[in-house]
Design a protein around this ligand. Structure first.
Ligand SMILES: Nc1ncnc2c1ncn2[C@@H]1O[C@H](COP(=O)(O)OP(=O)(O)OP(=O)(O)O)[C@@H](O)[C@H]1O
Ligand SMILES: Nc1ncnc2c1ncn2[C@@H]1O[C@H](COP(=O)(O)OP(=O)(O)OP(=O)(O)O)[C@@H](O)[C@H]1O
Lengths: 215, 215
């Protein structure tokens, strides 16, 4: 396993540290707030109260030997930028940074961040797509124009097979799985009739998915 | 189109308001901070400086007639809970709330929130899955155990077709699309040989996807 340090124990940083620990990864956490360190220490290998913009502190903790450094300070933009610069200068191989807006992200990119995450913006886009969809259907983005959605099987399709329905040609959508009683089958046989209690995962353009969900 | 109000113009609230406006939806925004309202007002139909926990204010703005109310105050947990209670009492049909932790979410559920979003936690889980994957591969969660990933086509598969490779039986994975020069084809013919410059979207269990990406 890789050794990972998470700097900043806000909502994103602490969820990340806990999830990684759950996968059995050794995580070091740094935060300048002692209450946050007290809360997280039962879940991680090591939790340190320190100012991450202090170079001596980062050297003492051996940050340059870590496989991954996550800079999870979004609101404190100055600390985020200073810390990212320091760890990149020290030779950190892979640095992930949380950004609060596009300007912040641009600076992080310029100083060498390897990956930038926007938790609030990504969720905002997902919520917006859901709110403009019929019945608030959740869409999972696959690529620029293609989405995946879980839909209820339209009345008129029950009793027919995927082959008979000819979904690609007629509706420009593809079925990637059938959900029945919480169990997903991805290798569904295309010639078996669809049943009432099933739902299906489809992939296609947003408008094409909307078309079939309103049937 | 539905009429939507976004209460709280932090990173999530303001991204949501702007994305919805981009889709042509009429958005009303409320925030107690006048700088936030100044920043957002060019992008939305109406932006109001107000305390969202004040019932008279919400009535004057006709919140009860809105199709969707989004309560986007995560750090100010008291305001989030009070506002959610008020709008549900006034008869708001569909209320989405941003939660900061599980306790906050539990209270919101009890008082009638229709949907709860965790932007930071969701992104933390996605980052954690990427960090434990070979080559930091990004996984898109489909259902509990099933993920989708974009992978480079292994050397030994080039020149062979999907049918020949028999991916379902041999590796328990399914191909849902082929990416070439940025263009995604979901209706790929299963008998055409794979080419070097293509990438593929596959669906399967996390471990099965890891297996084929390390080939
Ligand atoms: N110089 C610093 N050194 C160490 N920790 C710091 C420093 N500055 C801020 N932090 C810590 O980083 C954490 C997250 O920072 P911040 O509040 O800036 O991010 P955020 O993006 O708002 O967080 P969230 O993940 O909750 O959205 C806080 O717990 C804070 O104590
Ligand atoms: N009582 C209130 N009435 C109106 N607006 C409020 C009230 N309390 C907080 N806000 C506004 O809500 C916005 C977001 O609130 P808060 O900082 O609690 O959420 P957050 O979850 O940290 O935001 P982010 O989306 O940036 O992560 C802020 O702009 C704040 O001014």
């Amino acid at each position: 396993h890789k050794n990972i340090v998470v700097i900043g124990c806000g909502r994103y940083g602490s969820s990340l540290a806990q999830t990684l620990s759950g996968y059995g990864v050794e995580v070091l956490v740094i935060d300048s707030d002692k209450h946050k360190i007290q809360e997280i220490s039962p879940f991680v290998v090591k939790a340190v109260i320190a100012d991450a913009t202090d170079e001596m502190v980062l050297r003492d903790l051996g940050i340059n030997n870590m496989d991954v450094v996550v800079v999870a300070m979004g609101s404190n933009i100055e600390a985020s930028i200073m810390t990212t610069l320091l760890v990149k200068d020290m030779g950190a191989k892979y640095v992930i940074c949380k950004a609060s807006n596009n300007k912040h992200a641009k600076v992080l990119e310029k100083i060498g961040a390897d990956k930038i995450v926007f938790p609030e913006k990504d969720m905002a886009i997902k919520t917006a797509k859901t709110l403009i969809s019929p019945n608030f259907m959740e869409l999972i983005e696959l690529e620029k124009d293609y989405n995946i959605a879980e839909i209820k099987i339209p009345e008129s399709w029950i009793g027919k097979s995927i082959i008979e329905l000819d979904l690609r040609k007629k509706y420009s959508i593809n079925v990637i799985g059938i959900l029945r009683n919480g169990k997903l089958t991805v290798n569904m046989a295309p010639n078996i009739p669809l049943e009432e209690d099933q739902r299906m995962f489809v992939v296609g353009k947003m408008e094409d998915i909307w078309n079939i969900s309103e049937k």
